[in-house]
Design a protein around this ligand. Structure first.
Ligand code: F6P
Length: 549
C-alpha cells in the first residue's frame, strides 16, 4: 500500500464540523430523558411526505443538533447540490456525466425544469409500453407459435436488484398473464432451477446489462440461448425469445439480439438507479403499464419534495443528517434496515447496493484520500424474522447500531389481525431499543417470578438491556406502486445528500473493477491449467486444488 500523509479532513470541506463535534463531546442526554423533557417530542421530530410518515424522534438529537447539521449543509452547499442533481448537471465527476434518474420519472407540470432528455425517454417508454401490451395481450409468440407465458430477467447488480425487489414488493398487484422470474448468479444452479420449471417454447428472456460486458449476465444469457436452441429453435427465430436492455448496442447485437428488440439505456443513468428506465421492464410486465407509471409518479413526488422542501423538513436530508451524525460523531459502523413487511423482503438487498456501492469510497471528489469514515455497512432482513435471530446484538451487544424500521399501516392481505401483531412487533422493538431494562427492574422481575434475592442478584446483570439506542420508523400508508416509488426515491436522495456532506462521488464504483479483472485472469489460468508463479501462495494453492479435483 502506498503511504500518503496528507488526508482531506471534514473541517476543510465543512467549516462548522468542529462545532458539531464539540456538541457531541458535550452531549450527556439520555433518549428517555429527551422524551420526558418534551412531551411533544414525537410531533416535533416527525414528517409526512405523501404516503410516507417518518418518526425520527427516537434519535440522539435536539434542536441544537439540527441547527449544527443545517450549518454543515450550508457549508457544503447542499441546496445547490440538490439542484445540480435534479437538473442533470455532471454530478458524477469521475465519469463526467449526470446521474439523471429523476428525469426518467419526471411528470408533466413538474416544479422542476423540463429535462432536456424527455423526448428520448418518451420514445423509450412508448416502446416499453407497446412491448408490455403485446405480451399481456398474448401477441408475442415463441418460435413454435405458442404464446409467451414466462419472462426471465437475466441481469445482476442494478440490472437485477431493483426490478427483483419491486416485483416482490408489488406481488399483490401482479397481473395473471405473465410470470416473471429472475436469474443473476454465475452459479449455474440459479438458471438450472429456474429453467427446469419452464417450457422453452413459451419463455422469453430479457438480457439486462447496461454495459453488456458483465460476466455473470453473459454466461447466463449463453446458457439460456442454448436452452432455447435445444428446443428446436433456429438462429433466425431466436428473436422471438430474446430482448435486451443496454447502452452497448454493438455487443447486444453481436450476442444475437435483434436490434428491434433492444431497449435503450443511457450513460446518465447509474445501474443502481436504473429501475425507472427499461431496466424496470420486468416490473411493468408483472404489474402492468399503469401501475409502473404509478411507481414513477410516487418517485417523482419525492423528487419534488427533495427539490422544494426546506432542509429542516426535507425527509431525505433528515435521514442523511441522522446517518452522518452517527457515522461521524458516534462511531456507528453499520445501520440496519428492517422492513416489517414480508413483501419488502428484498428491500435490504436493494439498499445495500444503493448505499454501499455509492458511499464505499476512500477519496473525496477531488481524489484526495479522506481521514474520516464514509459509507457504513447496511444490512437487515424481513421482520419479524430478525427478532428471533440478530436483534440480540441490537439490544445487548456492545455496539450502537442505528435502525430504520419500515412498515405499512394497512396490509394488502385479509389477515388484519396478524397485521396488527406485526405492527406491535415493530413498535415493541423500537420501544425496547429506547427504554431498555435497568438492573433494578431485572432484579425485581426475577424475584417476582420466584427467585431468591441471591439468585436474582446473580442473574440480573445478564438481563440488563442498556436501551438509549436510536431508530427511525418509516410508515407507509399501504404498500402500493406509488408509495414504493416514494420509498425508493427517498433512499436514493438520502444517499446523495449524505455523499454531498461527505464530499464524495456517489455515482461511480471503480472498486468493483479489480475483482472483475482478476476474475478474468484466474478464469483464463484455470482454463489453460497454467498458474502464474507470481500469484500469492493462497490463491495458487486454492486454484491447484480446483485443477486437481
Ligand atoms: O459490478 C458492479 C456493476 O457494475 C454495478 O454497478 C451494476 O449495477 C452491475 O455491475 C451490472 O452491470 P451491467 O448492467 O452493466 O451488467
Amino acid at each position: 500500500m502506498e503511504a500518503t500523509d496528507a488526508r482531506a479532513t471534514l473541517s476543510q470541506h465543512l467549516p462548522h464540523w468542529e462545532t458539531l463535534l464539540a456538541h457531541k463531546q458535550a452531549w450527556n442526554s439520555d433518549l428517555n430523558e429527551l422524551f420526558q423533557l418534551d412531551p411533544h417530542r414525537a410531533e416535533h421530530y416527525s414528517l409526512q411526505v405523501g404516503p410516507l410518515f417518518l418518526d425520527y424522534s427516537k434519535n440522539h438529537l435536539n434542536e441544537t443538533t439540527i441547527k449544527h447539521l443545517l450549518a454543515l449543509a450550508d457549508d457544503c452547499q447542499l441546496p445547490q447540490a440538490i439542484e445540480k442533481l435534479l437538473t442533470g448537471q455532471h454530478v458524477n465527476n469521475t465519469e463526467d456525466r449526470p446521474a439523471w434518474h429523476s428525469a426518467l420519472r419526471q411528470q408533466p407540470g413538474s416544479a422542476l425544469p423540463q429535462a432536456s432528455v424527455q423526448d428520448e425517454i418518451r420514445a423509450a417508454k412508448d416502446k416499453m409500453c407497446s412491448f408490455v401490451t403485446r405480451l399481456h395481450e398474448g401477441q408475442w409468440q415463441g418460435h413454435s407459435g405458442q404464446t409467451i407465458t414466462d419472462v426471465v430477467n437475466i441481469g445482476i447488480g442494478g440490472s437485477d436488484l431493483g426490478p427483483r425487489m419491486a416485483c416482490k414488493a408489488l406481488s399483490d398487484f401482479h397481473l395473471p398473464q405473465i410470470n416473471v422470474h429472475f436469474v443473476a448468479n454465475i452459479d449455474g444452479a440459479e438458471i438450472h432451477h429456474t429453467l427446469k420449471k419452464l417450457k422453452p417454447e413459451t419463455t422469453l428472456f430479457i438480457v439486462a446489462s447496461k454495459s453488456f460486458t458483465t460476466l455473470e449476465t453473459l454466461e447466463n444469457a449463453k446458457a439460456a440461448r442454448q436452452w432455447i436452441i435445444s428446443s428446436g429453435c433456429s438462429i433466425d427465430h431466436l428473436k422471438h425469445h430474446f430482448v435486451g436492455i443496454s447502452t452497448n448496442l454493438k455487443n447486444a447485437i453481436e450476442f444475437g439480439i435483434d436490434e428491434e428488440n433492444i431497449f435503450p439505456m443511457w450513460d446518465w443513468v447509474g445501474g443502481r438507479y436504473s429501475l425507472w428506465s427499461a431496466i424496470g421492464l420486468p416490473i411493468a410486465i408483472a404489474v402492468g403499464w399503469q401501475a409502473f407509471e404509478e411507481l414513477l409518479e410516487g418517485a417523482s413526488s419525492m423528487d419534488e419534495h427533495f427539490a422544494t422542501a426546506d432542509l429542516k423538513h426535507n425527509m431525505p436530508v433528515i435521514l442523511a443528517f441522522i446517518t452522518f451524525w452517527y457515522s461521524q460523531c458516534w462511531g456507528a459502523k453499520s445501520q440496519a434496515a428492517l422492513p416489517y413487511c414480508h413483501q419488502l423482503q428484498r428491500f435490504p438487498d436493494f439498499l445495500q447496493q444503493l448505499d454501499m456501492e455509492s458511499l464505499g469510497k476512500s477519496v473525496n471528489i477531488d481524489g484526495e484520500a479522506v481521514d474520516y469514515p464514509t459509507g457504513i455497512a447496511i444490512w437487515g432482513t424481513e421482520e419479524s424474522n430478525g427478532q428471533h435471530s440478530f436483534h440480540q446484538l441490537f439490544h445487548q451487544g456492545t455496539q450502537m447500531i442505528p435502525v430504520d424500521f419500515i412498515t405499512s399501516l394497512r396490509p394488502n392481505h385479509p389477515y388484519t389481525g396478524q397485521h396488527q401483531q406485526l405492527l406491535a412487533c415493530c413498535l415493541s422493538q423500537s420501544q425496547a431499543l429506547l427504554e431498555g431494562k435497568s438492573l433494578a427492574r431485572a432484579k425485581q422481575e426475577l424475584m417476582d417470578s420466584g427467585k431468591s434475592k441471591a439468585e436474582a442478584e446473580q442473574l440480573a446483570p445478564h438481563k440488563v438491556i442498556p436501551g438509549n439506542r436510536p431508530s427511525n420508523t418509516l410508515v407507509l400508508d399501504q404498500l402500493t406502486p406509488r408509495s414504493l416509488g416514494s420509498l425508493i426515491a427517498l433512499y436514493e436522495h438520502k444517499v446523495y445528500a449524505l455523499s454531498v456532506l461527505l464530499n464524495i462521488n456517489a455515482f461511480d464504483q471503480w472498486g468493483v473493477e479489480l475483482g472483475k479483472q482478476l476474475g478474468t485472469t484466474i478464469a483464463g489460468a484455470l482454463h489453460s491449467g497454467k498458474l502464474p508463479e507470481d500469484w500469492d501462495s493462497s490463491t495458487r494453492a486454492l486454484a491447484k486444488r480446483i485443477l486437481d479435483r
